[in-house]
Write a protein that binds this ligand. Structure first.
Ligand code: SF4
Length: 215
């Protein structure tokens, strides 16, 4: 849940509600033969000044219909709490593709959506960002990072941030995927990078709390 929507955003709020209804009714990947079943999952309001973009929902979200409600989501919420973002402040939550892609063929973790699925879903995310105009976008996992930050190694960018002119000037803050399937956090140096990323997020979050203005 975000801060109160700024004045003059009523039209965008209506557009966002309509957009979310269209996304939740989307079956493009079923029609194209990539998915057996489409259950698009996202949640958030026009007043959200922070947006989280993950890879895709997991199997738990098929039932709950709420983003980041599985085990990885619980870990992500613990990370957000470390940055001072509590359950009542949950940001806008969406993903690169919005339907559970199925399990990976390796049996470990979820299948990474194909470039074709990413391309089919991309217009939804672009419009969400354009309407919500988040001031901070948290990129969770390598697919979201590749799409919105650009090619980069996790170890080179977690703990850093940069502004994106293409995304309305939003500050991008990359984080690793919180799934237990990722071994990246087994390395103490990477856990230190995550600490720096969460400290950075907390600093920027507190800045938003004290600044009621908006771009
Ligand atoms: S992943 Fe995106 S494009 Fe594909 S069916 Fe779901 S909402 Fe539609």
């Amino acid at each position: 849940m975000g801060l109160s929507p700024p004045a003059g955003r009523a039209v965008d709020a209506v557009k966002l509600t309509r957009l979310q209804a269209r996304i939740r009714a989307c079956t493009r990947c079923v029609a194209a033969g990539y998915l057996d079943r489409a259950v698009p999952v996202l949640d958030g309001d026009i007043g959200d000044r922070v947006m989280i973009v993950g890879q895709a929902p997991g199997v738990v979200e098929l039932t709950t219909r709420m983003p980041f409600s599985g085990r990885a989501g619980a870990e992500l919420r613990r990370w957000l709490a470390r940055a001072g973002i509590g359950e009542h402040d949950l940001p806008y939550r969406t993903s690169i593709t919005k339907c559970f892609p199925g399990k990976a063929a390796t049996g470990s973790g979820d299948r990474r959506p194909s470039p074709a699925e990413v391309a089919l879903c991309a217009p939804w995310l672009e419009t969400e960002i354009r309407l919500v105009r988040p001031e901070i976008i948290i990129l969770v996992g390598t697919l979201a990072i590749e799409r919105l930050w650009g090619p980069a190694r996790l170890g080179d960018i977690v703990g850093r941030s940069k502004r994106s002119a293409a995304l309305g000037g939003a500050l991008l803050i990359p984080l690793p995927h919180p799934s237990g399937a990722s071994r990246w956090l087994n390395d103490p140096a990477n856990r230190a990078r995550l600490d720096r990323g969460l400290t950075l997020l907390g600093t920027r979050w507190r800045g938003l709390q004290s600044d009621t203005g908006r771009r």
